[in-house]
Design a binder for this molecule. Structure first.
Ligand SMILES: *Cc1c(COP(=O)(O)O)cnc(C)c1O
Ligand SMILES: [Zn+2]
Length: 402
């Protein structure tokens, strides 16, 4: 096993490294452990032989991965002009409610294998909750840095697992810098889930593998991915390339209009992504301005283009509509970021960028429980009733008509 720079190709030993020593580029894991996995193992470690962890006793798992893929025909029917197939991969079913558990389980296991004594993570909330949970399970100290405006539900969850929670004013990139400095100072492993930690990102290729198995080898035409810096985009593309018999779907990177550095570069036909000044969106999971590491966005943009995909931005109002659609047509409860691909699908169909008969997978990346405050701000069919008479007065028409 080695780490390879995606920019200059330089090889590095399998250590806790976060950038190429020659050019500063993103590192990726080369090779597989071939780890012998007992047949009783469930979740993503079923495929542990494809990952980079060689010592099975170092693995920290809460049975993440192997998430359901739902056919979403009622949601599909509610999207104007759509005649294709729609699936939703329900990543909210991971142990802490987001797909970050996949990255964190792999990275903390490798950190333990390499002798790390603690872990640090900068997070917009979900990665922090995940690192806090897995650190608790591993009996390792954890320091989590989040922007001070992170949704309450996510900060409450991080604190509940007993991690040290540092709330930093300003946007996510400031938390990112602090976490980097703290990791260096304490000799802790950095589990920040941008492209920093190659052992984390590597595990996301199993999303592509799972999709191929769940669709019985019939690759979708498009996979819609909520996108911050883009590790999940890489995971999907790499997963299909390695395990999909060469059938790589078009990768659609979905961002919020209030923080869309990758989409801006895509629409301008630019080769390089530039950082976003002032993020402003309800989609906290993808509110990453990439300040100081815009190269991560450039790498993701390249991957999207290689697959013939697109990058698309959706407005907060469109995201709210998509949240309601998933919840009320499919029984799927998402945080804003998790519903953003559904909003993007409606938009791309209307623009003709996705054909009406496409086979589409939307990744629902984060749970509705994560952002209850946002859900509370939406219209609800909820009423105070003192007694039966009041309930009947309210429901009268519905009940007698039944
Ligand atoms: C982190 C996160 C994303 C963005 O993933 P990247 O791989 O960083 O682009 C999407 N959705 C949710 C819910 C997240 O927490
Ligand atoms: Zn390099």
């Amino acid at each position: 096993m080695e780490l390879r720079c995606v920019e200059c190709g330089r090889l590095h030993p399998p250590a806790l490294l976060y950038a190429c020593e020659a050019c500063g580029g993103i590192l990726e894991v080369m090779g597989e452990s071939g780890l012998a996995v007992p047949a009783s193992v469930r979740g993503m470690w079923r495929h542990g032989a494809h990952l980079g962890i060689t010592d099975a006793s170092a693995i920290v798992s809460l049975e993440e991965g192997d998430t359901p893929l739902h056919v979403a025909s009622r949601a599909a029917a509610a999207i104007p002009g759509f005649r294709g197939m729609l699936w939703v991969k329900d990543e909210t079913r991971n142990p802490t409610g987001s797909f970050k558990d996949r990255l964190v389980s792999a990275a903390i296991s490798k950190a333990r294998e390499l002798g790390a004594k603690g872990v640090v993570c900068a997070s917009s909330g979900n990665a922090g909750a995940s690192v806090a949970a897995y650190a608790a399970r591993a009996g390792m100290p954890a320091i989590i840095v989040v922007p001070a405006h992170t949704p309450d539900g996510k900060m409450t969850q991080i604190a509940a697992y007993g991690a040290r929670l540092l709330k930093m004013p300003g946007h996510y990139s400031r938390s990112y810098d602090l976490a980097m400095a703290l990791a260096r100072r304490n000799g802790f492993a950095n589990l920040t889930t941008t492209f920093l930690n190659p052992w984390a990102v590597d595990a996301l290729k199993l999303v592509g593998l799972e999709l191929m198995q769940q669709l019985e080898g019939q690759a979708p035409t498009h996979v819609l991915v909520p996108t911050g810096s883009g590790p999940l985009v890489k995971g999907v593309v790499q997963g299909f390339a390695e395990f999909g018999g060469g059938a790589v779907p078009r990768a659609v990177a979905v961002q919020a209009a209030g923080c869309a550095p990758i989409v801006r570069a895509f629409e301008q036909g630019a080769g390089e992504v530039e950082a976003w000044d002032a993020p402003n969106t309800i989609a906290s999971g993808i509110s990453d301005p990439l300040i100081g590491y815009a190269g991560d966005g450039t790498y993701t943009l390249r991957l999207v283009r290689q697959t013939g995909g697109v990058a698309v931005a959706v407005e907060d109002e469109e995201i709210r509509a998509a949240m309601r659609l998933l919840a009320q047509q499919e029984g799927l409860y998402a945080e804003p970021t998790g519903a953003s691909p559904i909003a993007a699908l409606a938009k791309l169909l209307a623009e003709g960028a996705i054909p009406p008969d496409a086979r589409v997978v939307c990744l629902m990346t984060g749970h509705g429980f994560k952002d209850a405050a946002l859900w509370r701000s939406m219209p609800a069919d909820a009423h105070e009733v003192a007694d039966l008479a009041a309930a009947e007065a309210l429901l009268g028409a519905t009940v007698s008509g039944a």
